[in-house]
Design a binder for this molecule. Sequence first.
Ligand code: C5P
Length: 238
Amino acid sequence: MTDDRLIVALDVPNALSGAELATQLGDAVNFYKIGLGMLTGGGLALANELKQEQGKRIFLDMKLFDIGATIEAAVRGLAQFDLDFLTVHGDPHVVAAAKEGAGASDMKILAVTILTSLDRADLDVCQIRAGDVSELVGARAARAFEAGADGVIASPQEAAMIRALPQAQDRLIVTPGVRPAGADLGDQKRVATPANAVADGADHIVVGRPVWKSSNPRAAAEAIVAELNSPQAHNPNH
Ligand code: C5P
Protein backbone atom coordinates (compact mmCIF):
# COMPACT_ATOMS: atom_id res chain seq x y z
CA MET A 1 0.00 0.00 0.00
CA THR A 2 1.27 3.48 -0.78
CA ASP A 3 -0.07 6.82 0.42
CA ASP A 4 0.83 10.20 -1.09
CA ARG A 5 0.40 11.85 2.30
CA LEU A 6 3.83 10.47 3.21
CA ILE A 7 6.71 12.44 1.68
CA VAL A 8 10.12 10.92 2.33
CA ALA A 9 12.99 13.42 2.59
CA LEU A 10 15.93 12.08 0.55
CA ASP A 11 18.51 13.80 2.76
CA VAL A 12 21.39 11.73 1.44
CA PRO A 13 24.47 13.37 -0.09
CA ASN A 14 24.06 12.65 -3.78
CA ALA A 15 21.77 11.42 -6.52
CA LEU A 16 23.34 7.96 -6.58
CA SER A 17 22.53 7.20 -2.93
CA GLY A 18 19.13 8.86 -3.38
CA ALA A 19 18.33 6.58 -6.32
CA GLU A 20 19.47 3.52 -4.32
CA LEU A 21 17.23 4.48 -1.42
CA ALA A 22 14.27 5.06 -3.76
CA THR A 23 14.85 1.61 -5.26
CA GLN A 24 14.83 0.05 -1.79
CA LEU A 25 11.61 1.87 -0.93
CA GLY A 26 9.99 0.81 -4.21
CA ASP A 27 6.23 1.21 -4.32
CA ALA A 28 6.03 1.82 -0.54
CA VAL A 29 6.73 5.53 -1.23
CA ASN A 30 5.31 7.69 -3.99
CA PHE A 31 6.43 11.20 -2.97
CA TYR A 32 9.99 12.42 -2.35
CA LYS A 33 11.50 15.62 -1.04
CA ILE A 34 14.83 16.73 -2.50
CA GLY A 35 16.55 19.59 -0.71
CA LEU A 36 19.47 21.97 -0.87
CA GLY A 37 21.88 19.40 0.54
CA MET A 38 21.66 17.37 -2.67
CA LEU A 39 21.55 20.26 -5.11
CA THR A 40 25.22 20.07 -6.01
CA GLY A 41 25.09 16.26 -5.88
CA GLY A 42 22.70 15.88 -8.79
CA GLY A 43 19.43 16.68 -6.99
CA LEU A 44 17.63 18.06 -10.04
CA ALA A 45 18.73 15.14 -12.20
CA LEU A 46 17.44 12.72 -9.56
CA ALA A 47 14.15 14.63 -9.38
CA ASN A 48 13.81 14.21 -13.15
CA GLU A 49 14.70 10.53 -13.04
CA LEU A 50 12.24 9.70 -10.26
CA LYS A 51 9.52 11.67 -12.01
CA GLN A 52 10.02 10.63 -15.62
CA GLU A 53 11.12 7.02 -15.15
CA GLN A 54 9.25 6.01 -12.01
CA GLY A 55 6.26 8.35 -11.98
CA LYS A 56 7.06 9.58 -8.45
CA ARG A 57 5.91 12.96 -7.16
CA ILE A 58 8.62 15.47 -6.27
CA PHE A 59 8.85 18.19 -3.64
CA LEU A 60 11.87 20.43 -4.30
CA ASP A 61 12.74 22.13 -1.01
CA MET A 62 14.73 25.22 -2.04
CA LYS A 63 13.29 27.79 0.41
CA LEU A 64 13.93 30.57 -2.11
CA PHE A 65 14.22 34.18 -0.99
CA ASP A 66 15.25 37.16 -3.14
CA ILE A 67 13.87 40.21 -4.91
CA GLY A 68 10.67 39.53 -6.83
CA ALA A 69 12.20 39.61 -10.31
CA THR A 70 14.84 37.03 -9.38
CA ILE A 71 12.33 34.74 -7.66
CA GLU A 72 10.04 34.91 -10.69
CA ALA A 73 12.89 34.00 -13.06
CA ALA A 74 14.13 31.15 -10.83
CA VAL A 75 10.67 29.66 -10.42
CA ARG A 76 9.93 30.00 -14.14
CA GLY A 77 13.03 27.90 -14.81
CA LEU A 78 12.14 25.31 -12.17
CA ALA A 79 8.58 25.07 -13.50
CA GLN A 80 10.00 23.32 -16.58
CA PHE A 81 11.09 20.37 -14.43
CA ASP A 82 7.57 19.02 -13.85
CA LEU A 83 7.87 19.31 -10.07
CA ASP A 84 4.90 18.97 -7.72
CA PHE A 85 5.87 21.21 -4.77
CA LEU A 86 8.44 24.01 -4.41
CA THR A 87 9.22 25.96 -1.24
CA VAL A 88 9.87 29.69 -0.97
CA HIS A 89 9.99 31.92 2.10
CA GLY A 90 6.55 33.20 3.04
CA ASP A 91 7.15 36.93 2.56
CA PRO A 92 4.28 38.18 0.40
CA HIS A 93 6.49 39.64 -2.38
CA VAL A 94 8.35 36.32 -2.65
CA VAL A 95 5.17 34.23 -2.77
CA ALA A 96 3.51 36.51 -5.34
CA ALA A 97 6.60 36.45 -7.58
CA ALA A 98 6.86 32.65 -7.27
CA LYS A 99 3.24 32.25 -8.32
CA GLU A 100 3.93 34.45 -11.37
CA GLY A 101 6.93 32.32 -12.24
CA ALA A 102 4.99 29.07 -11.79
CA GLY A 103 2.48 30.37 -14.34
CA ALA A 104 0.15 27.70 -15.66
CA SER A 105 2.33 24.80 -14.47
CA ASP A 106 0.98 22.33 -11.89
CA MET A 107 3.82 23.13 -9.48
CA LYS A 108 2.44 24.17 -6.09
CA ILE A 109 4.17 26.98 -4.22
CA LEU A 110 4.55 26.24 -0.51
CA ALA A 111 5.53 29.04 1.86
CA VAL A 112 7.85 28.66 4.82
CA THR A 113 6.49 30.84 7.64
CA ILE A 114 9.18 30.71 10.35
CA LEU A 115 11.73 27.90 10.31
CA THR A 116 10.74 25.38 12.96
CA SER A 117 14.32 25.34 14.21
CA LEU A 118 14.02 28.98 15.36
CA ASP A 119 12.73 29.91 18.80
CA ARG A 120 11.91 33.32 20.24
CA ALA A 121 15.52 34.01 21.24
CA ASP A 122 16.65 33.38 17.63
CA LEU A 123 13.93 35.73 16.35
CA ASP A 124 15.16 38.41 18.76
CA VAL A 125 18.66 38.07 17.29
CA CYS A 126 17.14 38.50 13.81
CA GLN A 127 15.26 41.63 14.98
CA ILE A 128 11.86 40.01 14.27
CA ARG A 129 9.05 41.86 16.02
CA ALA A 130 7.87 40.87 19.48
CA GLY A 131 5.20 38.23 19.87
CA ASP A 132 4.70 34.60 20.51
CA VAL A 133 6.27 32.40 17.78
CA SER A 134 2.99 30.64 16.99
CA GLU A 135 1.18 33.98 16.70
CA LEU A 136 3.82 35.16 14.21
CA VAL A 137 3.54 31.86 12.31
CA GLY A 138 -0.24 32.32 12.04
CA ALA A 139 0.14 35.92 10.85
CA ARG A 140 2.79 34.99 8.26
CA ALA A 141 0.73 32.02 7.04
CA ALA A 142 -2.31 34.25 6.55
CA ARG A 143 -0.23 36.79 4.56
CA ALA A 144 1.32 34.03 2.46
CA PHE A 145 -2.10 32.62 1.59
CA GLU A 146 -3.34 36.11 0.71
CA ALA A 147 -0.33 36.46 -1.62
CA GLY A 148 -1.38 33.25 -3.39
CA ALA A 149 0.55 30.44 -1.67
CA ASP A 150 -0.89 27.02 -2.46
CA GLY A 151 0.17 25.85 0.98
CA VAL A 152 2.52 26.31 3.90
CA ILE A 153 5.20 24.33 5.67
CA ALA A 154 4.50 24.19 9.38
CA SER A 155 5.44 22.34 12.50
CA PRO A 156 2.77 19.74 13.35
CA GLN A 157 2.08 21.73 16.48
CA GLU A 158 1.01 24.68 14.35
CA ALA A 159 -1.12 22.64 11.93
CA ALA A 160 -4.42 22.93 13.80
CA MET A 161 -4.02 26.68 14.31
CA ILE A 162 -3.23 27.23 10.61
CA ARG A 163 -6.03 24.89 9.49
CA ALA A 164 -8.46 27.11 11.42
CA LEU A 165 -7.43 30.29 9.53
CA PRO A 166 -10.13 31.42 7.11
CA GLN A 167 -7.37 31.96 4.49
CA ALA A 168 -6.32 28.30 4.76
CA GLN A 169 -9.41 26.89 3.12
CA ASP A 170 -8.46 24.59 0.23
CA ARG A 171 -4.75 25.24 0.88
CA LEU A 172 -2.16 22.64 1.79
CA ILE A 173 -0.40 22.18 5.11
CA VAL A 174 2.81 20.16 4.93
CA THR A 175 4.53 19.23 8.19
CA PRO A 176 8.10 18.09 8.81
CA GLY A 177 9.09 17.33 12.41
CA VAL A 178 7.14 14.07 12.39
CA ARG A 179 8.30 11.09 14.44
CA PRO A 180 6.61 7.71 14.80
CA ALA A 181 6.21 6.85 18.51
CA GLY A 182 9.55 5.76 19.98
CA ALA A 183 11.66 7.09 17.08
CA ASP A 184 14.85 9.08 17.69
CA LEU A 185 14.08 12.83 17.64
CA GLY A 186 17.42 13.88 16.11
CA ASP A 187 17.51 17.71 16.16
CA GLN A 188 13.73 18.07 15.84
CA LYS A 189 12.23 19.71 18.91
CA ARG A 190 8.52 20.23 18.32
CA VAL A 191 7.40 16.88 16.98
CA ALA A 192 4.19 14.90 16.58
CA THR A 193 3.38 11.41 15.38
CA PRO A 194 2.19 10.88 11.79
CA ALA A 195 -1.35 10.16 13.03
CA ASN A 196 -1.49 13.30 15.17
CA ALA A 197 -0.13 15.50 12.39
CA VAL A 198 -2.84 14.49 9.91
CA ALA A 199 -5.54 14.50 12.60
CA ASP A 200 -4.55 18.14 13.24
CA GLY A 201 -5.02 19.06 9.60
CA ALA A 202 -1.76 18.27 7.79
CA ASP A 203 -2.28 17.17 4.18
CA HIS A 204 1.23 15.73 3.89
CA ILE A 205 3.94 14.79 6.37
CA VAL A 206 7.66 14.92 5.60
CA VAL A 207 9.75 12.21 7.23
CA GLY A 208 13.48 11.82 6.74
CA ARG A 209 15.75 10.07 9.22
CA PRO A 210 13.19 7.64 10.68
CA VAL A 211 13.02 6.17 7.16
CA TRP A 212 16.43 6.59 5.52
CA LYS A 213 18.47 5.88 8.65
CA SER A 214 16.43 2.77 9.42
CA SER A 215 18.01 -0.65 8.93
CA ASN A 216 14.87 -1.48 6.93
CA PRO A 217 13.68 1.73 5.23
CA ARG A 218 10.86 0.00 3.39
CA ALA A 219 9.39 -1.47 6.59
CA ALA A 220 9.73 1.93 8.29
CA ALA A 221 7.82 3.64 5.47
CA GLU A 222 5.16 0.93 5.45
CA ALA A 223 4.65 1.33 9.21
CA ILE A 224 4.11 5.10 8.75
CA VAL A 225 1.58 4.50 5.96
CA ALA A 226 -0.24 2.01 8.20
CA GLU A 227 -0.35 4.61 10.97
CA LEU A 228 -1.72 7.24 8.54
CA ASN A 229 -4.54 4.84 7.76
CA SER A 230 -5.31 3.96 11.39
CA PRO A 231 -8.33 5.35 13.27
CA GLN A 232 -5.98 7.66 15.29
CA ALA A 233 -5.25 9.59 12.10
CA HIS A 234 -8.89 10.40 11.52
CA ASN A 235 -9.74 14.08 11.39
CA PRO A 236 -13.45 14.59 11.98
CA ASN A 237 -13.30 18.01 10.24
CA HIS A 238 -11.55 16.80 7.12
O1 C5P B 1 15.04 13.65 9.24
P1 C5P B 1 13.83 14.49 9.48
O2 C5P B 1 12.54 13.69 9.48
O3 C5P B 1 13.95 15.40 10.67
O4 C5P B 1 13.76 15.41 8.17
C1 C5P B 1 12.84 16.42 8.02
C2 C5P B 1 13.08 17.11 6.72
O5 C5P B 1 12.25 18.26 6.68
C3 C5P B 1 14.50 17.61 6.51
O6 C5P B 1 14.75 17.54 5.11
C4 C5P B 1 14.45 19.04 6.97
O7 C5P B 1 15.38 19.86 6.31
C5 C5P B 1 13.04 19.43 6.54
N1 C5P B 1 12.47 20.55 7.26
C6 C5P B 1 12.31 20.59 8.63
N2 C5P B 1 11.75 21.69 9.21
C7 C5P B 1 11.34 22.70 8.46
C8 C5P B 1 11.47 22.65 7.08
C9 C5P B 1 12.05 21.53 6.49
O8 C5P B 1 12.65 19.66 9.33
N3 C5P B 1 10.78 23.75 9.02
